[in-house]
Design a protein around this ligand. Sequence first.
Ligand code: NAD
Length: 331
Amino acid sequence: MKLLITGLAGFIGHAVAKRLSGRGHEIVGIDNLNAYYSVALKRARLADLAECADVHFVERDLADREGMAVLFAEHRFDCVIHLAAQAGVRYSLQNPHVYADSNLVGHLNVMEGCRHYGVEHLVYASSSSVYGMNDKVPFGTSDVVDHPVSLYAATKKAGELMAHTYAHLYGLPTTGLRFFTVYGPWGRPDMAPFKFTKALLEGKPIQVFNHGDMQRDFTYIDDIVEGVVRILEVVPQAGGTSERPDSSTAPFALYNIGHGSPVALMDFIRAVEKATGREAQCDFLPMQPGDVQRTWADTEALYAATGYRPKVGVEEGVQRFVDWYRAYYWI
Ligand code: NAD
């Protein structure tokens, strides 16, 4: 297959490309290498992909309408794995327009390319954040969720709605993947697992929001990658999995990819303490605007479609992350 991966230099894009390389595909990856977090880390991920002769990097911004049209016209992709986005809940409070540019306009440009150049399957990243403050657990893709509590979540929900429209109007098969708090080697410096590890190894305090009263369905990167790769083969048919399966005749599907078991934040911190051999100094702070108290994925739909359930538990996953961190930063 000829594949496009957007967000190639990102945490998940890099890992998906690495996994798909060497399997007979031709892979083009794009990224705008923005400075939301360390550009050096993004470049290091690209350097790590240099050994993959079947992966070609093109620097491109999703929001560049003409540039995206040229890319699709040149390459005639069979499938697209669309992972590039402006991520992060807290950053969206201060920088709302970046989210509109990348997650709305950029998402539209990807869908337009898919529509005009006959892409067979668009798989795109959504997020557990679309569930908002949801009391009904575990979170299931057949529940209607339309109360996002951050602009990031709103743009991710909008991405799903836009994908449904393109599936309905143009028959473009689209699959949205709601990822749950992803961590692991090459992880994002703006996320808690990275920040906690760094602070503990440097002997600095960590910020613990909502006074530690939070739960996250932490999901190890290899489990996310396995889910993405398997879902790529499951092209949705008309009337497929959706929030309201009966009312939709579009080839549209949504899946959660999460471990399926929420972990208390303080237990996660204990796992980081164990893996680093250091004690955490916690600054307990109130809940941050836009944050949610708990996430918890229902993984039944993913299992039914792919036969796969995420496997790696927090103790093992955190140990692997800390081992990577120490090797990467020479600590
Ligand atoms: P990331 O920030 O590491 O990767 C995204 C990549 O996209 C970055 O390299 C960035 O430079 C690139 N990018 C951003 N805007 C762009 C634009 N306009 N044009 C071109 N490239 C652009 O994030 P990630 O953790 O790898 O996340 C991948 C996807 O998964 C995102 O869509 C994110 O919203 C979603 N997601 C991630 C998590 C998580 O816990 N990591 C959870 C839920 C959803």
